[in-house]
Design a protein around this ligand. Structure first.
Ligand SMILES: [Zn+2]
Ligand SMILES: [Zn+2]
Ligand SMILES: [Zn+2]
Length: 455
């Protein structure tokens, strides 16, 4: 293990403190931290705070250095320092006290100890490798949650800074992957905010404005209505206005005293384009990104979550791989599922009703072929996506009264009451064909057997 010190002119005091703790490698600013070894501690004590921020992000973005303990020079710009704090394990104001430096180094040692105690990760590549690095980052930093942070350049107006870097996704896209990790039971969501997104392009930049209900123009002016007592005429003030005077457009009398000749009962919006007058203009949304307009109730609501690590997430971090999501669990969330003994009872009842009263029923056995193959080939995140598609397709084909009983990780039985043949066969065959169509190219398919059908 060594301290990698990045600075152009090493501070002899800092160097002495580091040397007292072990070997030191000094790297100049034009080299940067490079790729430090797994047990190194990195100190980015360069005076150029922009470059320090850049190195910090690069270290977190590279899977092989995502977990490296990093201390950095604290930028004099508080906004930058706050940003850097999300990615560094600690900041030290250059020229600060030796005691503060020692505390930072002790902290880096503690983090390094937790990183070193983890077994090598099984999943190192691709989405899964990055997801494991993210979980391990949280565990080794004793951080329990990923908190959303406002960011004007993120499509949803919020992002998860650390997750975005470690997962290496465009700003804001990390929410989708974190949703999938929640689907695997690794995170729990916590509501933080609700924002409105354009239903067409998904961006948060929406302008809410009032428009004329007749011609949709936003060129509205709020004006007072004028009520002429004598003739009873009511119209917006501009229609009375003649130079300095107010003249009634109906009876042509000049209005002199408010409260005597006239009053202003209310305000209305007057369209400067078509002249239309309305007491309540409509509210319309304009997407500042794609330019489409839509009524406010069509704006997509997105609940911005924080993601809290679950016990299952912490276990996955320890193990260094993601647990697959089980088919029985997914079925349980979407269908009326029962355990095997209850299912047996229900099947007996169906048989009885059929023998005695001629009520039709059918019992199907469905196998999700290729699930294990897929898991071995693409890992649990992608497998979950595929299984969710299968369950979603089944959802469109089964009725609420159909009873599902998971038998194993890849098989389940369905009891369909009151289904005269070939209705039941047709519904499940449609599901099978749709799976084949939508998951073409994947090894997954549905195989359906009909052990019982009456009549
Ligand atoms: Zn849009
Ligand atoms: Zn108008
Ligand atoms: Zn009048």
């Amino acid at each position: 293990m060594a301290h990698v010190l990045v600075c152009d002119v090493p501070d002899p005091r800092v160097e002495a403190v580091l040397r007292a703790r072990g070997p030191v490698r000094v790297a100049a600013g034009d080299q940067g931290p490079g790729v430090p070894g797994p047990s190194d501690r990195v100190l980015l004590l360069h005076p150029d705070d922009q470059r320090v921020s850049g190195w910090l992000r690069d270290l977190r973005r590279r899977p092989e250095t995502a977990l490296v303990p990093v201390g950095a020079a604290e930028s004099p710009d508080p906004a930058r320092a706050a940003e850097d704090r999300r990615f560094a394990d600690g900041l030290w104001p250059v020229g600060g006290s030796e005691a503060a430096l020692a505390r930072l180094l002790d902290h880096l040692d503690a983090v390094a100890g937790r990183v070193a105690a983890l077994p090598p990760a099984e999943a190192r590549r691709g989405v899964e490798g990055r997801a494991v690095a993210l979980l391990r980052h949280l565990v080794t930093r004793r951080a329990e949650a990923l908190d959303p942070v406002r960011h004007p350049a993120a499509t949803k107006g919020y992002n998860l800074p650390l997750a975005g870097l470690v997962l290496d996704l465009p700003r804001g896209d990390e929410f989708e992957l974190c949703e999938e990790l929640s689907g695997l039971g690794l995170f729990e969501r916590e509501f933080r905010d609700r924002i409105h997104l354009c239903p067409h392009c998904g961006h948060y930049a929406i302008n809410f404005r009032e428009v004329c209900p007749t011609c949709r123009s936003a060129r509205l002016r709020v004006v007072s209505n004028v009520h002429h007592y004598r003739c009873g005429h009511v119209a917006p003030e501009p229609e009375f206005r003649e130079g300095e005077d107010l003249t009634c457009p109906k009876c042509r009398r000049v209005l002199r005293h408010v409260g005597v000749d006239f009053d202003r009962p209310n305000q209305v919006a007057r369209c400067e384009d078509c002249g239309g007058v309305t007491p309540d203009p409509e509210v319309e949304c304009l997407s500042l990104v794609c330019g489409r307009v839509f009524p406010p109730d069509l704006a997509r609501k997105f609940d911005v979550p924080a993601y809290r690590l679950t016990a299952r997430g912490a276990a996955a971090a320890e193990a260094g791989r993601l647990p697959p999501r089980s088919l029985p669990e997914l079925l349980h969330e979407q269908f009326h599922t029962v355990p095997a003994d209850a299912f047996g009872e229900m099947a007996r009842l169906a048989r009885h009703l059929s023998d005695r009263y001629g009520r039709p029923y059918a019992l199907a056995e469905v196998e999700v072929v290729g699930r294990d193959d897929l898991l071995a080939r693409v890992g649990p995140v992608e497998t979950l996506r595929v299984l969710q598609t299968v369950v979603e397709i089944l959802r469109g084909s089964l009725r609420e009264t159909d009873v599902v009983c998971p038998v194993s990780e890849s098989r389940f039985r369905v009891l369909l009451f009151e289904t005269p043949d070939p209705g039941a066969r047709r519904a499940l065959a449609r599901a099978r064909d749709e799976v084949a169509r939508r998951l073409a190219g994947s090894p997954v398919e549905l195989r359906i057997a009909w052990p019982e059908e009456h009549p």
